[in-house]
Ligand binder design. Structure first.
Ligand code: HGY
Ligand code: MN
Ligand code: MN
Length: 413
């Protein structure tokens, strides 16, 4: 397949998949939305058209297989996700699924039959869902989804398990999907960088060295409701002011990290009974990310004490609950070398780079040799309608993914 042919097919597929959206700015394909469900039917058909045998596994993942020549060789795995954040873009995750399907098409057209089965997975619900859990499908796929995960509540009080069940999934089958996991020889995921590094350094390819860990924070501030007009400032116990001071403390923790970590507050919700009442209770959602587990645990300890002390200065009680979304995970060094070698053989420049975003690969990496191939993001933007990657860069990523898989296939471990 010439690169123009591949470019054209990738562009057509991206445009077609982008038509599945819940509406509003950018692209929205949220877990269990009709747009997402319909889009996955299109993905399933695209895998069939590419000559794969395709099935949904018990955890809502779409699993396509291009059978290998040697039934004893095992599998090489690739894939990603096709759900999006609300008002997101058309490349995050999608590039890894459509790129993998394009690799399968090219291998078949060129008559290059791998010894290994080539397994391509569109993992269910990688983005953080209404229950605050990321990577629903890939967690289940490797057997890391827990009963606790399915007990998580959304804002309406419905559990994730109930939501899965009402969308045609069997929670008990999801919890046992890992038993059917056959450890592949390797998992290699193609993904957009979602940051500015490759573009700024004019590198064609990112060889991912590791994926950050994420600690999520739910903080509750309890003050006292008082009359907003008659209560002197010094006597107030304003929960919203305490939360606002915590937002700045969260940010400062990231700013003081010397590039070790990043911190984000995504929401504070004040519960007040009206504009003339001092807010009694406030909830804050935040997260911290770092490739260093030491920095994460140290920052969690420091920030916890700082938020409690800050709240106390306003006469407000703070309770903090930290939840580990995933631990930092290094990528397989030998596959990193293969990705770098494939890039050089294709005349492409490459750069070793950590991933500030999490990916399905972070769960596969607990179970098999795992690595990632990044392609540049225009302006370093992602999780927004402006998210974009140049077609030439997409073709480069597909070429590197294909040659890395062929190299893994043709050499022993
Ligand atoms: O949050 C992330 O890094 C990913 O986009 N789910
Ligand atoms: Mn992604
Ligand atoms: Mn994402």
């Amino acid at each position: 397949m010439t690169s123009t042919g591949a470019a054209q097919r990738l562009q057509e597929d991206l445009l077609e998949l982008a038509t599945y959206s819940q509406g509003g700015p950018g692209t929205s394909r949220r877990l269990f939305s009709t747009a997402y469900r319909d889009s996955r039917e299109w993905v399933r058909r695209s895998m069939l058209d590419a000559g794969l045998t395709v099935d949904y596994d018990g955890a809502g993942n779409i699993v396509g297989v291009l059978e290998g020549a040697n039934p004893n060789a095992g599998a090489l795995m690739t894939g990603s996700h096709t759900d999006t954040v609300d008002g997101g873009g058309d490349f995050d995750g999608v590039v890894g699924v459509l790129g993998a399907i394009e690799v399968a098409r090219q291998l078949r057209e060129e008559g290059r039959r791998l010894a290994h089965d080539l397994v391509i997975v569109d993992f269910l619900g990688e983005e953080s869902n209404d229950h605050g859990l990321t990577c629903l499908g890939s967690r289940a796929f490797v057997g890391d989804l827990t009963a606790n995960d399915l007990e998580r509540l959304d804002a309406t009080g419905e559990t994730l398990g109930e939501r899965c069940r009402s969308n045609g999934l069997d929670p008990s089958t999801m919890l046992t999907a890992g038993r059917r996991f056959r450890r592949p020889r390797a998992y290699v995921e193609l993904h957009i960088e979602q940051g500015p590094v490759l573009e700024e350094r004019q590198s064609d390819i990112g060889v991912v060295t590791g994926i950050v860990g994420i600690q999520r924070l739910l903080a509750t501030f309890t003050g006292r409701a008082d009359h907003a007009g008659t209560t002197p400032m010094a006597r107030r116990r304003d929960a919203l002011v305490a939360a606002a001071s915590a937002v700045l403390a969260v940010r400062q923790t990231g700013c003081d990290s010397h590039e070790q970590g990043v911190t984000t507050t995504s929401e504070i919700a004040g519960y007040t009974s009206g504009p003339n009442v001092v807010p009694q209770r406030t909830r804050l959602l935040a997260e911290m990310r770092s490739i260093s587990p030491v920095w994460l645990s140290e920052a969690e300890r420091r920030l916890t004490q700082e938020i409690i002390d800050l709240a106390a200065t306003y006469g407000v009680h703070a309770e903090l609950e930290w939840i580990a979304d995933n631990e930092p995970r290094p990528m397989d060094t030998s596959i990193q070398r293969r990705i770098a070698g494939a890039s050089e053989a294709l005349g492409l420049t490459w750069e070793a780079i950590p991933s500030g975003a999490t990916h399905d690969a972070v769960h596969l990496a607990r179970k098999c040799p795992t690595a990632m191939v990044f392609v540049p993001s225009v302006g370093g933007r992602s999780h927004c309608p402006e998210e974009s990657t140049a077609t030439d860069d997409l073709v480069n990523g597909v070429d590197v993914l294909r040659e890395t898989l062929v190299n893994l296939d043709s050499t022993s471990s």
